[in-house]
Design a protein around this ligand. Sequence first.
Ligand code: HEC
Ligand code: HEC
Ligand code: HEC
Length: 425
Amino acid sequence: MKQFHVAVVLLCVVLAGTASSLAGEVSLGRTLYEARCVQCHGKEGKGNGPASTFLTPRPRDFTSGTFKFRSTESGGIPTDEDIVRSIGNGLHGTSMPDWGAFVGKDSLLALASYVKTFSPRFSRETPKPIKTGPTVPLSPASIAAGEKVYKKLECASCHGNDGRCNDAIAADFVDDWGYKIAATNLAEPWTFRGGRAPEDIYLRFMTGIDGTPMPSFAGSASDREMRDLANYVTSLARKPAWSMTAEELTAFYASLDKAAKSNPVERGRYLASSIGCAACHTPMRQDGTMMEELKFAGGQRWDLFPFANVVSYNLTSDKETGLGNWTDDQLKAFLTTGVRRDGSRMIPYPMPWPALAHLTADDLSAIVAYLRTIPPVHNAIPEPATPGVFTYLWGKFRVLILKEDIPIKAYAGNAGVAAQKEVQP
Ligand code: HEC
Ligand code: HEC
Ligand code: HEC
């Protein structure tokens, strides 16, 4: 009996110890999280921290318990090690840093414990790791066998026949959180978020990338075939630019140049998205996300006090309110000199025409060719409002005499007059 009591007391001590060490871990995790993660993931883990609006992809919303990089069955919660791996290694090709370089293993575990508290799924469900067979070493035979599996499982429908997405049937995907995403270029493994080792790649297509259209292929082929497929994907890697010789770099850029010349619209799409025309020429919602239905239709209002109050222009091919009636020459002249069709000159910001002045003739034509493909959206943009002379002088006084740094402001909502009523702010 006495022994029984001792056992019970011991058990209680152990249990209380475990509970308090878990509580300690969670509270350490909270401290670290609030210092290092809230800017992106938000205080409540909703993926909406102050930096989140500027990031593509957006930071993870932890409240739904959906995790992309797991060793567990599709749709299931990840293991602690999965979360620790993502936090420790970071997610390459995204803004998620590799925290393992800054904090120790205990802190990574504590952060994982805290991240789990945002979703009730972790107290209800247990992670179910998938069953895996032995690994298969990289060899020409295994790679050749893997190529057949790539065809059989139709990876090409999203990643293209050569893995570079060029001839993919499906593109422009949307994730579960409503944001546009693209299938990964499999020739650039340094952008694989979950890691580039064959073992990592194997886990990606065996478990799927939850929250995205990338499905789980578990059970679609034998485990041996899946190992071969991972080796095949590994073999698709091209040499990154930073490890090319001078000759290789020249040839690489020549091939990009050739591709650009043979497809100006694609080149123009690439340039327009790198320059970020849509970021300014699309109205924003209050939360900073774009009104997709008005993409390129202008309507974002900017306060350039004391110079003007302007609204970004409608770049769609609408004849009445967009670029539909501009000639190519008018458009090129405007983009490189800032001179509008009526001969007036635009100030050098925020519309970045001084930077565009350096574009080559081919690139300029490519941008114009791409703009022509944007379907018309009716959104009438008001003329810029120039301030009265007193407002202007008062502004100059504040800038030059009081040395104030008056910020340029961009506002949410559509300042244009759109045809569809429902897209008004
Ligand atoms: C600079 C912004 C930024 C910071 C700071 C940041 N993250 Fe992230 N994090 C991201 C982004 C972006 C993603 C989503 C990447 C994606 O969707 O592929 C992400 C995803 C994650 C994921 C999800 C992995 C999965 O399998 O879905 C975890 C876990 C995570 N972050 C934890 C943390 C923790 C813990 C911290 C602080 C120590 C932190 N993050 C700080 C940007 C950030
Ligand atoms: C329905 C479209 C679709 C199919 C089919 C598909 N993928 Fe994907 N794949 C995607 C998308 C979308 C992403 C990017 C997910 C994201 O944004 O996080 C992706 C990402 C990946 C990644 C990158 C993982 C990482 O760590 O970032 C690999 C590797 C990959 N896919 C391999 C494959 C293989 C191999 C197949 C065939 C067995 C396949 N995919 C089939 C859509 C698809
Ligand atoms: C940083 C924000 C920003 C970026 C990036 C930007 N624009 Fe603009 N753009 C504006 C604003 C604001 C106006 C309106 C300015 C005004 O009325 O004074 C404007 C005006 C224009 C106009 C209308 C000229 C007129 O007659 O009123 C065209 C055409 C145009 N932009 C095309 C482009 C193209 C093409 C790109 C990408 C290559 C681009 N813009 C990138 C902010 C931007």
